[in-house]
Design a protein around this ligand. Structure first.
Ligand SMILES: C[S@@+](CC[C@H](N)C(=O)[O-])C[C@H]1O[C@@H](n2cnc3c(N)ncnc32)[C@H](O)[C@@H]1O
Length: 258
């Protein structure tokens, strides 16, 4: 019986005993494992560990961590089947931990790194109760400035945001899941650094495109020769469509830089 079944089975009026209630609710309420996972990624533990395992003191020195605290963190994660401890005090990457490496194609690590956009965004959830009470976004209450202003004032986080968006695993599916060959021109509005546009242009020879985004983001765009970057959208839809239409007309077919 899964914990969900257990919850359902006990909602018919029968009183839950204490242990059953804890078993049903713990998977839903535990913040330790999600935070431990994020700390492991932030400290780059999956990338720093030797293939055959690393001694905790060596690992702590490499990660810039306290050996005792790091050992406790890792033992918790081992108990959740992330990492293994083949010998006491030696830790190694297992299949799950390998998914968190920075060179893994999923780029999941970007969403967990507490020094980057993904982890910072998760911390905004500490303001969720106020958001539900007031209907107001949590970001300004938690970090002291509206989201886009905050990114403007923090170039490193802004670059991390762009990279997190660009690492979207769904772009490939999007590129393959629609008959783009029916189109000759497209605009990606709020298209970040152009990762989706680049994916589409690389796969569809006849397509040309325009990327519209904020100035800093557009300046970091890496789009193939058949695309142009521009933006931002300031005055609403009509202005955007007028400018986009002008840009689309100006784009010339060029060899695609792979
Ligand atoms: C959530 S991201 C989406 C990125 C990408 N389209 C994706 O789906 O992965 C939103 C994008 O909108 C851009 N953006 C925000 N305000 C904008 C504006 N006024 N004009 C143009 N782009 C804007 C941001 O810089 C960011 O790249």
């Amino acid at each position: 019986m899964t914990s969900n079944d257990e919850t359902t089975a006990t909602t018919g009026g029968a009183a839950l005993d204490g242990p059953t209630a804890w078993r049903a609710l713990t998977p839903l309420m535990d913040l330790v494992t999600p935070m431990a996972l994020r700390v492991a990624v932030t400290l780059r533990l999956p990338d720093l560990m030797d293939e055959d395992g690393s001694d905790i003191d060596d690992l702590a020195a490499r990660a810039g961590a306290d050996p005792d605290a790091l050992g406790r963190l890792l033992r918790h994660l081992v108990s959740r089947d992330v990492f293994v401890e083949p010998r006491p005090g030696t830790f190694a990457v297992n299949g799950t931990a390998a998914l968190l490496r920075r060179d893994h194609p999923s780029a999941v690590w970007r969403w967990l790194d507490l020094d980057g956009f993904g982890g910072r965004m998760d911390l905004a959830f500490t303001g969720l109760a106020d958001t539900v009470r007031t209907g107001q976004p949590a970001w300004p209450a938690v970090f002291g400035a509206p989201f886009w202003h905050y990114l403007d004032a923090n170039p490193e986080l802004s670059a991390s945001f762009d990279a997190t968006m660009a690492a979207n695993a769904a772009y490939r599916e999007l590129s393959e899941g629609y008959d783009w060959s029916a189109l000759t021109r497209m605009a990606d509005v709020g298209g970040g650094t152009g990762a989706l546009l680049a994916e589409l242009l690389l796969r569809h020879d006849g397509l040309r495109g325009v990327l519209i985004d904020l100035p800093d983001t557009a300046s970091r765009a890496a789009v193939p020769g058949r695309a142009r970057a521009g933006g931002p959208v300031r005055d609403g839809r009509a202005e955007l469509l007028r400018r986009t239409a002008r840009r689309l007309r100006r784009v010339r077919a060029q060899p695609c830089a792979a």
